[in-house]
Design a protein around this ligand. Structure first.
Ligand SMILES: Nc1ncnc2c1ncn2[C@@H]1O[C@H](COP(=O)(O)OP(=O)(O)OP(=O)(O)O)[C@@H](O)[C@H]1O
Ligand SMILES: [Mg+2]
Length: 265
């Protein structure tokens, strides 16, 4: 599903202008990463796409249709949003109930519900925690519950707000498998992250935000190379920095394996 963010601005009730004339096009089936310093407006933008906040100016279109007058319940069929803080999202007594809530609410048939829940629990490594109380699990496991709840809803668009913060290596690997699975399913993905290595490896397009605005949009490798070459307040991922210092063929590796390939070519 294509997302068109058409010159939106947003002010919080206290008057703070968190988004200023944000214009961004996200083609269907693309994985876009949204980066920028703390407080630049990433979560606010995600909330607008999910319909939790309404832009003060401008509008957001999904497949050409404005969401301005669309009910939250209707948007829930299209946009999934994994909150930055899982505890803002979790409110059931068991992991299973938590993950089951979305599919049930969307009115999926019993059989489809069971299938979606099972798949989401498997992808997030939670099959053995079905009866566990979410608050008996660690913060990163609760993050995986929030991810599972959203995956189970099988929306065309999925927004991840800082999905890997606090995750260990095993969980990070799970997350990469989830991204691949969503790609296979032709989903449109928005990942908000401070993890530049992840963003470089996983995203097709990069949008850099600063002070409520999108300041740059483009190919992640090109934008990160530019970040490394020119003075920037942000630091490019390790692989980009290393590639630029070491590789002679002007190539940029996204992963360690690719770096070695490029080195010995
Ligand atoms: N409810 C609110 N009322 C007033 N200002 C708010 C509110 N929520 C957020 N803000 C402000 O809006 C700005 C953007 O916040 P937002 O949460 O979108 O940033 P962010 O880019 O997601 O930051 P982070 O990387 O820390 O998650 C910040 O300056 C924040 O303090
Ligand atoms: Mg945020």
């Amino acid at each position: 599903m294509e997302i068109n963010i058409n010159h939106i601005s947003f002010q919080y009730p206290n008057g703070y202008p968190a988004l200023r004339d944000v214009h961004l096009n996200i083609p269907s089936e693309q994985h876009i990463a949204l980066i920028g310093h703390n407080g630049c407006g990433k979560t606010t933008l995600a909330r607008c796409i999910k319909g939790l906040l309404h832009p003060t100016n401008g509008e957001i279109l999904l497949d050409g249709k404005s969401i301005r007058n669309e009910k939250i319940s209707s948007l829930a069929h299209k946009v999934g949003f994994v909150f930055q803080h899982p505890d803002d999202q979790i409110f059931h007594q068991t992991v299973y109930q938590e993950v089951a809530f979305g599919p049930k609410n969307l009115g999926m048939s019993g059989e489809v519900q069971v299938e979606k829940i099972k798949e989401a629990l498997a992808l997030t490594g939670l099959e053995n925690e079905k009866t566990t109380h979410p608050y008996d699990l660690s913060l990163s496991a609760r993050k995986r519950i929030a991810i599972a709840s959203t995956l189970a809803m099988d929306t065309d668009i999925i927004i991840f707000d800082e999905p890997t913060a606090g995750m260990d290596h095993k969980e990070l690997t799970l997350m990469k498998v989830i991204f691949q699975e969503l790609r296979n399913k032709k989903k449109t993905i928005i990942t908000i992250s401070h993890d530049m290595d992840l963003v470089l490896e996983q995203s097709d397009q990069l949008a850099i935000m600063a002070a409520g605005q999108i300041v740059k949009v483009g190919d992640p490798v090109i934008l990160f190379r530019d970040m490394e070459e020119n003075f920037s307040e942000m630091v490019a991922p390790q692989m980009v920095r290393l590639s630029q210092r070491v590789l002679k063929n002007n190539k940029t590796a996204k992963t360690v394996d690719q770096f070695v390939d490029f080195l010995i070519q």
